[in-house]
Design a protein around this ligand. Structure first.
Ligand code: BTN
Length: 323
């Protein structure tokens, strides 16, 4: 699509003026076609300045999603091999699940500018306003047993933290099992859904959904949630962050496929900020106090109950005492 090609050119020289004539020449189209594409990009939220007789400039703050811009930062082997960008869909996880996943390659990625029905764990909604977050789902086809699926979330959590550090300089922490925090507030949530083949009782495919708040935080969630913008003041990072999340997920997934579980667990535990802290364990309708002690070799959280017994949690969630 011409729009995406124009955006890619502007993205390559973000902040610089490029004449309409140069863009038209390089893309083999008319200047009017370039002008129309720029207008459509603006309507979609890209911030493009036009300077009379000098050309167009993509502003540093512009945060429009662009596949070529994501590709420019992509070094992953299989993650993001094919990327589908959507404007507004209910949920990237749900959208991917509705595709013929058997014919899609591993690493197929869907990214939405907005989710109108974003979902989190335990059926909770995940607030996903237009252009204020990176909402992304990746298709995985791991050869693993069902009880190993928590590892996919663990890989994704480490990947997101590494990407946030590389692209935004953010030192994020993990709250078991799927939340990424910064400064005591949630910055990202991960929803992994595994689908089992009935005959084999093994994982047929899995969808890892990642939602990172990047822009404005709505006042109604500001007490609990934060964003890249709130933490660092940076805008315009969604394409670079998407690429780096995919790169990091690729590395973690290769480690996992090669059986390097202990390396992954060490990276995850290093970011786990609940260790040694008193927590409330929530399992269904039951809640009990405990102290988080670490992870076992399968990624289950080990908690010590007041009576001294050690329990391995595979599901449920924990709340910090202060929450
Ligand atoms: C949670 O906080 O419990 C998990 C939130 C996961 C949100 C992401 S955004 C992309 C993908 N699509 C969804 O509907 N959910 C995940």
């Amino acid at each position: 699509m011409l729009q995406q090609k124009v955006l890619a050119l502007l993205e390559q020289r973000r902040g610089e003026l490029i004449t309409g004539g140069e863009i038209a020449r390089r893309l083999g189209v008319s200047r009017t076609a370039v002008w129309k594409a720029v207008n459509r990009l603006r309507e979609d939220g890209s911030e493009i300045e036009s300077v009379r007789n000098s050309g167009y400039r993509l502003l540093d703050s512009s945060d429009g999603l662009s596949e070529p811009a994501i590709r420019a930062g992509l070094t992953a082997r299989s993650m993001g091999g094919q990327i589908e960008l959507r404007k507004a869909i209910p949920s990237t996880n749900q959208y991917l699940k509705a595709q013929d996943t058997a014919v899609l390659p591993e690493g197929y990625t869907v990214i939405a500018d907005e989710q109108t029905g974003g979902r989190g764990r335990m059926g909770r909604p995940f607030y996903s306003p237009a252009r204020q977050g990176l909402y992304l789902s990746v298709l995985l086809k791991p050869t693993i047993a069902l009880n190993e699926t928590p590892f996919l979330t663990i890989c994704a959590a480490v990947a997101v933290c590494n990407a946030l550090e590389t692209v935004c300089g953010i030192d994020a922490g993990i709250k078991w099992v799927n939340d990424i925090f910064c400064g005591g507030k949630k910055l990202c949530g991960i929803l992994t859904e595994a689908f089992v083949s009935a005959e084999m009782q093994a994982v047929d495919y899995a969808i890892v959904g990642i939602g990172i708040n990047t822009g404005d935080v709505a006042p109604e969630v500001a007490e609990l949630a934060t964003s890249v913008l709130a933490v660092t003041g940076q805008r315009g990072i969604r394409n670079r962050l998407a690429a780096e999340v995919l790169n990091q997920l690729d590395l973690m997934y290769i480690d996992f496929a090669n059986g390097h579980k202990s390396t992954i667990l060490a990276a995850y535990t290093g970011r786990l900020f609940i260790l040694g802290k008193p927590v409330q364990v929530v399992q269904g309708s039951q809640t009990y106090p405990a102290v988080a002690e670490g992870l076992d070799e399968n990624g289950a959280l080990l908690v010590r109950r007041p009576d001294g017994t050690l329990q391995a949690l595979r599901s449920g969630e924990i709340r910090l005492q202060e929450e």
